[in-house]
Ligand binder design. Structure first.
Ligand code: NAD
Ligand code: WQD
Length: 338
C-alpha cells in the first residue's frame, strides 16, 4: 500500500515507518518538525537502506495537502501528527485544539477531496476517562476528560465516528495506545523529548545516563501493591506492528476501535528496579506528592486486537527497558549530538 504518515518524524511515527517499510509498503512522511527530527528519518533510512519520502509541512495546510495527494497515489493515511503534552495542553488549549482537532479536520477534508477514505488515527487510553473499571475494553463508552489533550483525542474520535456514519466510503481505525516505551533494537532511533521529560520512561533513562540527578516518583500512597501508580507499558515496536496490522481492518468500512497494550500493569517502582537490573545503572529517586490528574492504575484488555487483527504485544518489559537503555546510552543527548 502507498501510505501517508503524518507525524512520521516523531517517536511512534518513526518506528512505525520502519515496520511499514519492512512489510513492503510505500511511505511518504509529512511532518512540520515541531517535535520531530529529520535525523530520525535519516536513521530510518540507514536501518532500512532506502530513502524515505519526506515533506516538511503542516497537516493544517490544506493547499499543501492537496498538492501532496495530487502528486502521490496515497491509499491510506496514518495520522500521528499532533501535540501530546498533557500539562502544556492545560496552559495552551487553543494550540492543542488547533493542532489536534483542526489538524485532523483539514486532513479529512483533503482526503475526501482526493478520494482517500482509509485512515488510522492515534488515539489514547485517556479517552476512557477516570471512572472506567480496569481492564479497559473497547465496548466501554468514552469517559470524561480532564485536560485539553485528552478532550482533543475524544473530539477527533467523535468527528471520525460521525464521518463514518455519514459516508460508507470511510474506514477508520481508532488505535487507543496505552503507555508506549522502548526503542528500535538497533539503538538508532528512540524517544527524544525536548526539555524536561513529562513521561516516566525518558525521565528514568535520562537519570541513568547522568543528564538528571534523580527521579521524582509522584506518590507512593496509591491503593496499589507498592503504593505507586500502575500502567500498561508496551514496546514501541509492538505498537508499530499494531499499526501495520490495523491496515487490514480498513478493508471494511466504518469505525474500528482497538486497544493497543499488553494487558499487564506495572508499577513505577517495578519500572525503576527492573530498569536498574537490566541496565546495570543506578536510578536514584525520591518520593514526591501525587501529580494532579494521575489515575492509580489502568491497563488494557487487548484481546480484541488479537482476535480481529492477529496482533499481540510480543516484547516483554525487560526488552522494553533494554532497548530504551541501548538507545539512551548510544545517544545521551538524543538526536542533537549528530
Ligand atoms: P511525537 O511528538 O514524537 O510525534 C508527533 C509528530 O507530529 C512530531 O514529529 C511533530 O513534529 C509532528 N507534528 C505535530 N504537529 C504537527 C502538525 N500540525 N503538522 C505536521 N506535523 C506535526 O509524539 P508521539 O509520542 O510519537 O505520538 C504520536 C501520536 O500518538 C500523537 O498524536 C500522540 O498524541 C499519540 N499518542 C501518544 C502517546 C504516547 O505516550 N507517546 C500515547 C497515546 C497517543
Ligand atoms: C506514568 C507513571 C506518573 C513521570 C501520559 C498521558 C497519556 C498518554 C501517555 C498520550 C505515572 C509516574 C511520571 C515522573 C513519575 N499520552 N511518573 N515521575 O501519565 O500514564 O500517561 O502519557 O496519549 O495521555 O497522560 O504516563 O509516563 O507520564 O506516567 O512518578 O517523572 O509514572 O505519576 O504514575 P501517563 P507517564
Amino acid at each position: 500500500m502507498s501510505i501517508l504518515v503524518t507525524g512520521g518524524a516523531g517517536y511512534i511515527g518513526s518506528h512505525t515507518v520502519v515496520q511499514l517499510l519492512e512489510e513492503g509498503h510505500e511511505v511518504v512522511v509529512l511532518d512540520n518538525l515541531c517535535n520531530g527530527s529529520r535525523e530520525a528519518l535519516h536513521r530510518v533510512e540507514t536501518i532500512f537502506g532506502k530513502a524515505v519520502g519526506f515533506i516538511e509541512g503542516d497537516v493544517r495546510d490544506r493547499a499543501l495537502l492537496d498538492r501532496l495527494f495530487a502528486g502521490h497515489a496515497i491509499e491510506a493515511v496514518i495520522h500521528f501528527a499532533g501535540l501530546k503534552a498533557v500539562g502544556e495542553s492545560v496552559e495552551q488549549p487553543l494550540a492543542y485544539y488547533d493542532a489536534n482537532v483542526h489538524g485532523s479536520l483539514v486532513l479529512c477534508q483533503a482526503m475526501a477531496a482526493a478520494g482517500v477514505y482509509k485512515l488510522v488515527f492515534s488515539s489514547s487510553a485517556t479517552v476512557y476517562g477516570p471512572d472506567a473499571p480496569v481492564p479497559y475494553m473497547e465496548t466501554m463508552p468514552r469517559g470524561s476528560t480532564s485536560n485539553p489533550y485528552g478532550s482533543s483525542k475524544a473530539m477527533v474520535e467523535q468527528l471520525l465516528t460521525d464521518l463514518c456514519r455519514a459516508d460508507a466510503r470511510w474506514s477508520v481505525a481508532l488505535l487507543r495506545y496505552f503507555n508506549p516505551i522502548g526503542a528500535h533494537p538497533s539503538g538508532q532511533i528512540g524517544e527524544d523529548p525536548q526539555g524536561i521529560p513529562n513521561n516516566l520512561m525518558p525521565f528514568i533513562a535520562q537519570v541513568a545516563v547522568g543528564r538528571r540527578p534523580e527521579l521524582a516518583i509522584f506518590g507512593d500512597d496509591y491503593p496499589t501493591e507498592d503504593g505507586t501508580c500502575v500502567r500498561d507499558y508496551l514496546h514501541v515496536m509492538d505498537l508499530a506492528d499494531g499499526h501495520v496490522a490495523s491496515l487490514a481492518s480498513l478493508e471494511e468500512s466504518g469505525v474500528h476501535i482497538y486497544n493497543l497494550g499488553t494487558g499487564q500493569g506495572v508499577s513505577v517502582l517495578e519500572m525503576v528496579t527492573t530498569f536498574e537490573r537490566v541496565s546495570g545503572q543506578r536510578v536514584p529517586y525520591r518520593i514526591d506528592p501525587r501529580r494532579e490528574g494521575d489515575l492509580a492504575a489502568f491497563w488494557a484488555d487487548a484481546s480484541k486486537a488479537e482476535r480481529e487483527l492477529g496482533w499481540r504485544a510480543e516484547r516483554g518489559l525487560e526488552a522494553m527497558l533494554r532497548d530504551t537503555w541501548h538507545w539512551q546510552r548510544n545517544n545521551p543527548a538524543g538526536y542533537q549530538q549528530s
